[in-house]
Write a protein that binds this ligand. Structure first.
Ligand SMILES: *Cc1c(COP(=O)(O)O)cnc(C)c1O
Length: 372
């Protein structure tokens, strides 16, 4: 049985007629940029999350960049973030000219360890970007409490966690602003790039709206230096169809994670640990084991999808190596050597999951035998 890590096409096939129709309608409308679907999707995402505003942009990375820019964060500023994330989290901070300050993660959740934030705050600190890694919200009450005490902006990197919640409140509403990605593999994925910023701050929403269109609110009158970063109508139309299914897909992900948790009990893996205060949406189902390389080889041999998220912590990336050579973050450095994701997607069957676990058992037995 061949099983992919993520099956992006399955979501399309299950909604093919509806999606094909929505795309065809855009194509024949003649309205391709900032049209009615973009406007409607922005309202629907704002309603879904529970914020006053949602502004779409070209991708999740731009959501972070434009959001930082809108808050006036730039050269001379520091932004505290997690070293365990996709590169874009730190890249966006550097892109606006600010300096990422990495705070080590909490071993259980892999999210930023709020207890270590305060000692990293300096006079230059302007913002915190917590990442809701793998679909689990960071402990936002603690982070907001620190941010409020030091008057810092909090921008959620919610790219992996749309639909997740913390103490009954959805991601997107937990900080001052939040960034989402609609990259095809994300829980709400388009068939191309896409991104969104949510916020209750009207001024920031308006600024991002200007920034995404060359700093103009009136065509050919440019008041600030901006970007060209827009979500296109085709992606917006697709995402509107898919948004209606997001909750049931996230529910399916949670049920599958639960089944894995039961089946994988007692095999020696560190299983995902969801805090009791969150609803985790399992963008990825991530295990930890000291014999990662051997396990991955075994899975690859059996054509079972797996992936390492992320092999190199951000402060050890080539692009940052010199800048952070003195930075030591032992928890993330150890975790990034041992974690790996196994297949999980809403359409996955119980049989597929049982098969993955049975094969993992065999792989562990093989490793055991070889080490004797
Ligand atoms: C996907 C992702 C991004 C970037 O989103 P793009 O749409 O690919 O630009 C940023 N942060 C995290 C945590 C992500 O997973």
């Amino acid at each position: 049985m061949k099983i992919p890590l993520i099956d992006s096409k399955a979501g399309y096939l299950s909604l093919k007629d509806e999606i094909d129709t929505s795309v065809t309608n855009v194509l024949s409308s003649g309205n391709y940029i900032l049209g009615p679907n973009v406007q409607a999707l922005e309202k629907e995402i704002a309603d879904y999350c529970g914020t006053k505003f949602a502004v779409s942009v070209a991708n999740g990375t731009d959501a972070l960049v434009l959001c930082l820019d809108a808050y006036g964060i730039g050269p001379g500023d520091e932004v505290i973030t997690s070293p365990y994330s996709f590169f874009a989290t730190a890249e966006s901070i550097s892109r606006v000219g600010a300096v990422p300050v990495f705070v080590d993660i909490d071993e259980a959740s892999y999210n930023i360890d709020y207890k270590k934030i305060e000692s990293s705050i300096t006079k230059r600190t302007k913002a915190i970007i917590p990442v809701h890694l793998f679909g689990q919200p960071a402990l936002m009450d603690k982070i907001m409490e620190i941010a409020n005490r030091y008057n810092l902006i909090v921008i959620e990197d919610a790219c992996q966690a749309i639909g997740a919640s913390f103490r009954g409140r959805k991601t997107g509403t937990l900080g001052h602003a939040a960034c989402f990605s609609f990259f095809p593999t994300k829980n709400l994925g388009g068939y191309g790039d896409g991104g969104m910023v949510t916020t209750n701050n009207e001024e920031i929403a308006g600024r991002i709206r200007m920034l995404r269109a060359h700093g103009s609110s009136k065509k050919y009158y440019n008041s600030i230096i901006g970007y060209n970063s827009r979500l296109d109508e085709i992606q917006a139309a697709i995402l509107r169809v898919k948004l209606g299914h997001l909750d049931s897909w996230n529910k399916a992900r949670r049920a599958k994670a639960e089944l894995y948790n039961n089946l994988l009990q007692g095999l020696g893996f560190k299983l995902p640990e969801a805090s009791s205060e969150v609803v985790h949406v399992y963008h990825l189902y991530v295990l930890r084991h000291p014999k990662r390389a051997e396990i991955i080889k075994g899975l690859e041999n059996r054509q079972i999808g797996c992936g390492v998220y992320y092999p190199v912590p951000l402060h050890r990336q080539e692009a940052y190596k010199l800048q952070y050579s003195d930075t030591s973050l032992p928890v993330v450095e150890a975790a990034s050597k041992e974690t790996f994701a196994i297949p999980l997607f809403p359409e996955m069957t119980d049989d597929q999951q049982t098969f993955v676990v049975a094969e993992l058992k065999k792989i562990l037995e093989e490793i055991e035998r070889q080490s004797l």
